[in-house]
Design a binder for this molecule. Structure first.
Ligand code: 25A
Ligand code: L14
Length: 347
């Protein structure tokens, strides 16, 4: 049977996530007729290889989307707010990697292993969740389905690449400065546009994205609100503390959950996690087996280890969840949504 082919645009093609999207489209042999690579004026004219052919980066404008079937956005929230409606107006379906539309009730927020069917409800825009949220809900879904889920408390250990290519460059430069006994120059992290910047090299920063009036950061509120939306669980208690650490790739998370009853064992959780789509269980203390940011980098799956029963709370468990923030956390989840969109003919 002949496959339909689609005209696909990548917005933010030169960014940390955009580059990975291009790689995943090629790796997964996504059915592409024409690929348009869009970025800001700064990058227009640069060339990128796709399937052994050169593609020239163009400046993203409303007219760029004429004839585009699927547009994958990863150029920041303000670009999405401005250009995603223009793409939809021209007949494209947008899969958006920014926080611009995630909590809009007319926009499905999707992790295919968790809520694939929500894609069908789209009105032109489908949102890709926050990276830390994606890996957590992917691992919690099989637990929710089998045992119920009442409470989640998460602390994250997040890579610099989530904040873009400039943040990754900053870690590299500061690491050299530190080892050379020079002063550390900080101008990007914790948040590019904010007044104060702190060094990330050999440090830990308890701020990812901007502070909200309630004392939580926006990254923490994204984890709280998006988890409830994706898991269809308005009554789930969720608390988050998000911390940036000095490594380039993969987010790690220490997650405490309370399940629906007191009789569940670690073996019960292992069995469900072992069988779950997209999850790899790496959990054997006797052989020091557990995932780390380096071991998860460049892999598509979500890795889970250190599953323990709480010593005081009979329905409480602790888990360690690690995944590549630019792949399952962003580019792979986006391309996966695009795959499900075309396979199910939900375009
Ligand atoms: O606004 P937000 O939501 O907080 O997002 C902040 C940043 O997070 C990244 C992305 O950074 C974004 O800018 N990001 C987005 N979604 C993400 C996700 N899901 C995510 N990170 C993790 N998970 P980035 O630097 O990796 O990528 C930026 C991309 O967007 C393109 N772009 C910027 N403005 C645009 C635009 N595209 C279209 N129209 C616009 N108006 C950008 O292209 C890049 O592809 P570029 O040509 O501007 O960038 C080329 C090189 O220039 C560097 N650079 C970026 N910003 C500046 C800059 N250099 C100087 N000054 C700048 N202000 C980049 O390093 C890039 O390599
Ligand atoms: O909301 O700075 O998808 O690491 C995730 C990564 C926002 C920035 C999002 C970071 C982005 C965040």
């Amino acid at each position: 049977m002949a496959k339909d082919l689609y005209n696909v645009a990548v917005v933010g093609a030169t960014g940390a996530v955009g580059e990975k999207i291009i790689q995943m489209l090629e790796k997964k042999a996504f059915p592409i007729n024409q690929l348009k690579l869009l970025a800001s004026k700064r990058s227009a004219g640069n060339k990128v290889m796709f399937k052994n052919e050169e593609v020239t980066i163009e400046e993203a404008t409303p007219e760029s989307f004429n004839g585009v079937d699927i547009a994958l956005f990863s150029a920041g929230g303000s670009v999405s707010k401005q250009l995603a409606p223009e793409a939809v107006k021209r007949g494209a379906v947008v899969i958006d990697n920014t926080s611009a539309f995630r909590m809009d009730e007319n926009v499905p927020l999707v992790v295919p292993e968790v809520n694939e069917a929500d894609i069908k409800q789209h009105n032109g825009i489908i949102a890709n969740p926050n990276c830390s949220t994606i890996q957590m809900v992917a691992a919690l879904k099989p637990i929710q389905d089998s045992f119920g889920l009442k409470r989640v408390i998460v602390s994250t250990y997040q890579a610099v690449s989530g904040a873009g290519t400039q943040a990754a460059d900053e870690l590299e430069n500061q690491s050299k400065q530190f080892l050379d006994n020079n002063e550390l120059e900080a101008s990007i992290l914790p948040v590019k546009g904010e007044e104060k910047h702190y060094p990330i090299a050999f440090n830990a920063l308890p701020q990812i994205d901007v502070f909200q009036d309630n004392g939580y950061t926006f990254e923490e509120m994204k984890m709280i609100n998006e988890t409830k939306k994706i898991m269809h669980a308005d009554n789930l208690s969720v608390a988050a503390t998000c911390v940036r650490l000095p490594f380039f790739t993969s987010h790690a998370e220490s997650v405490y959950v309370e399940v629906g009853n007191n009789d569940i064992t670690v073996e019960d959780l292992w069995n469900k996690l072992r069988d779950a789509e997209g999850i790899v269980l790496e959990d054997d203390p006797s052989s020091q087996t557990y995932p780390t940011p380096l071991s998860a980098a460049n892999k598509e799956e979500v890795f889970v280890g250190r599953v323990r029963k709480d010593l005081d709370q009979p329905n409480g468990f602790h888990l360690w969840i690690v995944s590549d923030n630019l792949l399952k956390g962003a580019a792979w989840n986006t391309v996966q949504i695009a795959e499900r969109l075309v396979e199910n003919k939900w375009l």
